[in-house]
Write a protein that binds this ligand. Structure first.
Ligand code: IPD
Length: 267
């Protein structure tokens, strides 16, 4: 059983590398895009990469349901799921900013078991299996040892609904007002899956965001945990993929980070 699963994970990595070739083709060509909303964009490559991944991964993980960014219409998340974000960082993809990733998270019994996040432009492949550590291109990675929030680089992202100026917008702005003087600096690089991998690798010390979708984080959560990091919701509540806010850190600054993020109605 163990060997069969090792083999399956190896094949999964090969599939993701192949999907990376499709992403690269799009990245180095002139792109057209559609708008899903005022600020959320999509290209034919998001769909093509997703279709390719589903066709290859589904037979490999036949007892799992697919939850993928461009095709998931369900309301409830399945017990055993393959979370797919074909291009996390679509805006960067369109603007030719090489910070994006293909993200695949395998969840069993509502818990993360296997994860791959691949940036084909920089050729960086992050992976993790439950209980076996986290890796970048085959080399073990771990979170930073920084214990002082003031020396920390914190990554975040801004929700697509910002133009509506609703409660998410105010939470982002108010939290930033409090947090910014207490940290070394903020990074908003545009791909949550990669932000979390940079945290796992020790480049970032913390991360938070409101309104991420399950496919944005399902893989990276395991990579962060396996690298020794911590994931929670706001006020330290346990995080599940349905929470609106995610907070992640190297563990050592987690409490300080939480103390500087505002409360959010409903969480
Ligand atoms: C987006 C990126 C971005 C985050 C957005 C996500 P997408 O993913 O992760 O950093 O701020 O909330 O939706 O839409 O490019 O797959």
């Amino acid at each position: 059983m163990y060997n069969r699963h090792m083999e399956r994970f190896k094949i999964l990595k090969e599939i993701v590398l192949e999907a990376g070739e499709i992403v690269k083709k799009g990245y180095y060509s002139t792109l057209e895009f559609d708008k899903k909303s005022a600020t959320e964009l999509v290209t034919k490559y998001d769909k093509a990469v997703e279709d390719f991944l589903i066709s290859k991964i589904k037979p490999l993980y036949s007892n799992y349901e697919i939850v993928a960014e461009e095709s998931f219409l369900g309301k409830k998340l399945p017990k055993n799921a393959i979370y797919i974000d074909p291009i996390d960082g679509t805006t960067n993809f369109i603007h030719k900013i090489p910070y994006l990733g293909i993200s695949i998270g395998i969840w069993e019994d509502y818990k993360p078991k296997e994860a791959i996040v691949y940036n084909p432009i920089l050729d960086e492949l992050y992976s993790a299996k439950l209980g076996e550590g986290a890796y970048l291109n085959g080399n073990k990675i771990s979170v930073s040892k920084e214990s002082n929030l003031q020396n920390s680089i914190i990554a975040t992202g801004f929700p697509y609904v910002k133009h509506e100026m609703g409660k998410e917008y105010y939470w982002v702005v108010d939290s930033l007002k409090t947090l910014l003087p207490k940290i070394r600096d903020i990074r908003r690089l545009g791909a949550a899956a990669i932000d979390l991998c940079y945290l796992a690798e020790g480049k970032f010390n913390g991360f938070y965001e409101v309104n991420l979708q399950p496919w944005d984080v399902a893989a990276s959560i395991l990579i962060v945990k396996e690298a020794g990091g911590e994931i929670s919701g706001i006020r330290g509540i346990e995080y599940n993929l349905e929470n609106q806010i995610i907070v992640a850190s190297n563990r050592k600054i987690h409490k300080q980070l939480l103390e500087n993020l505002g409360d959010f109605d409903g969480e």
